[in-house]
Unconditional design. Structure first.
Length: 258
């Protein structure tokens, strides 16, 4: 399927690996020029080189997107952007009595205020050009909270509320904002959580993964490529009537009717 976005310019955050890289790969395959961002320069440059094999222009900016300085560097390098994919690593798991105000502020800064700041900077240009796509990578915990991920639950739900209103304000100008809600995917984040299960239960990594996979109706982890394909479709010309939605990609893990 031709997604109709060849030649568009996309900024993909946290895109050196994992779900961000999956999104960047799918957009590159659709013909989008890319601005890639991550904190680590080595992995980022390797990813950028791989994306260039798709025949698109790729700019790599190593910076911490969760800081004002990092955002300024990325936005300055990016210039006019047609597609924004926001993404940041989730806060660590824990128990409610372990989290301090500083923990919550850090989570909110990374997973709520950073995407909002990027949208605030880039939406005016999209509105002026009468075309734009924003995809926020959030979490299945927005639909069904995960107890040990309370910091993520709080911050990402706040972003979801912001998007619900903002998406409807910008839709008349040909700009859509939607959220993608991943469940368990085969990424570093999943590996970190599986490592916790492995340590707590005294089992092997394979056993820890098997335990979690058995809880998913699809009986497996998702892949970054699958996630990226969904992202690229929501950025496409075919998805222009999808506005302010929260799309689960979780193999059926979230138990809900709507």
């Amino acid at each position: 399927m031709d997604l109709g976005i060849k030649g568009k310019r996309a900024l993909v955050c946290a895109s050196s690996k994992g779900l961000g890289r999956g999104c960047a790969q799918a957009l590159a395959q659709a013909g989008c020029d890319l601005v890639l961002n991550a904190r680590g320069s080595d992995a980022l440059e390797a990813t950028a080189e791989a994306m260039r094999a798709c025949g698109v222009t790729v700019t790599a900016v190593a910076a911490d997107i969760t800081t004002a300085e990092g955002r300024a560097r990325v936005l300055n390098a990016a210039g006019p952007v047609d597609i924004l994919v926001t993404n940041a690593g989730g806060p660590p798991p824990g128990m409610w009595h372990d989290w301090t105000e500083a923990d919550f502020l850090k989570a909110i800064g990374a997973n709520m205020l950073t995407p909002i700041a990027l949208m605030t900077a880039l939406l005016p240009g999209m509105i002026a050009r009468k075309w734009g796509r924003v995809i926020n990578i959030t979490s299945q915990s927005v639909k069904a909270p995960i107890a040990q991920l309370g910091l993520s639950n709080a911050a990402r739900t706040g972003l979801t509320g912001y998007v619900a209103g903002t998406a409807r304000q910008v839709a008349p100008f040909g700009v859509t904002i939607n959220n993608l809600l991943p469940g368990i995917h085969d990424t570093d984040r999943a590996h970190a959580l599986d490592s916790g299960v492995m340590a707590k239960q005294g089992i092997t990594m394979d056993a820890a993964r098997a335990l979690r996979a058995a809880t998913i109706p699809a009986r497996r982890y998702g892949t970054a490529a699958e996630f990226g394909a969904a992202c690229a479709f929501l950025c496409s010309q075919h998805a222009r009537y999808i506005v302010g939605q929260n799309r689960l990609l979780d193999g059926g893990d979230t138990n809900g009717t709507i």
